[in-house]
Design a protein around this ligand. Structure first.
Ligand code: 9MR
Length: 459
């Protein structure tokens, strides 16, 4: 069992949880030397919270799987439990992705946040586009909740029962269920979920409610109404899709006022995005902000934990939805911990040392061959710092419409005119003063103008 129950912060309390963990740590002194890197799930557990990540089920092998299993105490399927994933056509279910996530969590002793049962988005077409009477729609919704929660009864710690019910001004958001059923759809969903798995903590979850403000006030009043009606709601999720430099200063106070209503709180989808390229100054600020969010949760006794919305920049929704932004998670695209990871660890009490000093690199781009529609270019990456680096990323924009057709010795991706080239793993380590080269073929027409805004970032 992996519930927040007898050993969770709600009942035992933070101080007692810390004492238990300290006792475990003393036993550990006799064991062989510990790895130098902090382990977020252990640090969090010692503080009486979990630290989690959203995952993509199909990626849970290799390095991605081992980091997920060792570093995180809770996992959330990013997409695999959504209605559109589990019931693509009416009455025909596909549980493969959801099962894989729950099985993985069980094998690794992790909690699961079930995400999400009732949401205006990512519904199957038959539901989104179908016409149903009010009574029929209500039954379709409660049957769905019952079916999915029952399937995983006893294996899910927290369910996001209703996701994103509010507009930015705090009023109820229009959507399939609200439009036809009114606000009562929320109560019905929670009652169905409680009946199907009385042991799971039931959450309502939204974004842009992290700090105080109109939307957060709307959530507060909604939770008050639900509690007054006896709706079985246990917690409120604050997604935490944040922007570098704009982390709400009222986060802790906001979490606390909800806790004072008599519900648990959690940060459920944390990422902190920035304009690319990610300079070391931005990554340092991001570290401070991941640390602050974690600290805000720890400062609120009823905060159950924090979940990052993907732990690696290679598995983040941000670049697809916000072109030119990214680097929003605690690990880079090559699964190396970023400064943010150490910020989380420090907030959780880690005193093991400084995060690695940033390296420095430069990149020189040169076209070596060009023909009527194509060209070959080589890029030389030089470690310009005084210490070895373990990875590099070169980014540029092409002013005149060129595009990459093939690349070697780097993982190259292009979005519009923006190109990003990350080391290929085997050539990420570069000694001080040394250089490595990667190459690409591209297509061009008109003119093959040299790259603009060429940057090199070392890690
Ligand atoms: O991370 C999810 C991404 O892979 C999907 O394409 C997207 C579709 O809306 O949903 C993402 O997750 C969302 C989450 O379920 C609810 N809050 C906002 C998240 C980011 O869009």
């Amino acid at each position: 069992m992996k519930r927040l129950g007898a050993s969770g912060p709600g009942t035992l309390g933070r101080a007692a949880a810390g004492v238990l963990a300290a006792a475990v740590a003393i036993v550990g002194l006799a064991a062989p030397a510990q790895a130098a890197e902090p382990v977020l799930r252990d640090l969090a557990q010692a503080e009486g919270v979990y630290y989690g990540t959203a995952v993509t089920a199909s990626k849970l092998t290799g390095t991605y799987g081992s980091i997920t299993g060792t570093q995180f105490g809770s996992i959330t399927p990013g997409n695999e439990m959504k209605w559109g994933s589990v019931e693509p056509s009416r009455g025909s279910f596909n549980w493969s992705g959801a099962d894989a996530v729950v099985d993985f969590a069980e094998a690794n002793g992790q909690k699961v946040r079930g995400h999400t049962l009732v949401w205006h988005s990512q519904m199957p077409g038959w539901l989104a586009d179908g016409t149903f009477s009010d009574a029929e729609l209500r039954t379709i919704m409660t049957d769905h909740v019952t079916t999915e929660v029952t399937r995983y009864r006893g294996r899910i710690d927290h369910w996001d029962v209703v996701n994103e019910p509010l507009n930015e001004d705090g009023t109820m958001r229009a959507g399939k269920f609200y439009n036809q059923l009114g606000e009562s759809y929320i109560a019905d969903a929670f009652h169905a979920a409680r009946a199907a798995d009385p042991g799971a903590k039931l959450y309502i979850n939204d974004y842009n409610t992290d700090g105080t403000g109109a939307k957060s006030d709307g959530m507060y009043e909604l939770v008050e109404r639900l509690k007054a009606q006896g709706v079985p709601i246990d917690g409120v999720g604050f997604q935490g899709h944040l922007i570098l430099g704009q982390v709400p200063s009222t986060l802790r106070a906001n979490l606390q006022r909800f806790a004072d209503l008599g519900v648990d709180v959690a940060v459920t989808e944390l990422d902190i995005r920035m304009d690319l390229p990610a300079t070391d100054a931005k990554l340092q600020q991001q570290k401070a902000e991941f640390k602050a969010v974690t600290a805000a949760c720890l400062a609120v006794a009823r905060c159950a934990g924090v979940t990052a919305w993907g732990f690696t920049d290679s598995d983040s929704w941000i670049p697809d939805v916000f072109p030119g932004q990214g680097a929003a998670t605690p690990y880079d695209e090559s699964f190396r911990p970023k400064r943010a990871y150490y910020g989380i660890a420090e907030a959780l009490g880690w005193t093991g040392g400084d995060d690695p000093a940033p390296g420095a690199c430069s990149a020189v781009y040169a076209v070596s061959n060009q023909w009527n529609t194509g060209f070959t270019a080589n890029v030389t990456v030089t470690n310009t710092g005084s210490a070895p680096i373990s990875g590099w990323k070169v980014e540029w924009t092409w002013p005149s419409g060129q595009s990459v057709t093939q690349a070697w010795n780097a993982a190259v991706t292009q979005s519009g005119s923006q190109v990003s080239a990350v080391d290929a793993g085997y050539n990420g380590s570069v000694g001080a003063g040394s250089a490595v080269t990667f190459g690409l073929n591209g297509s061009w027409s008109g003119s093959n103008t040299a790259p603009a805004a060429l940057t090199c970032t070392a890690s």
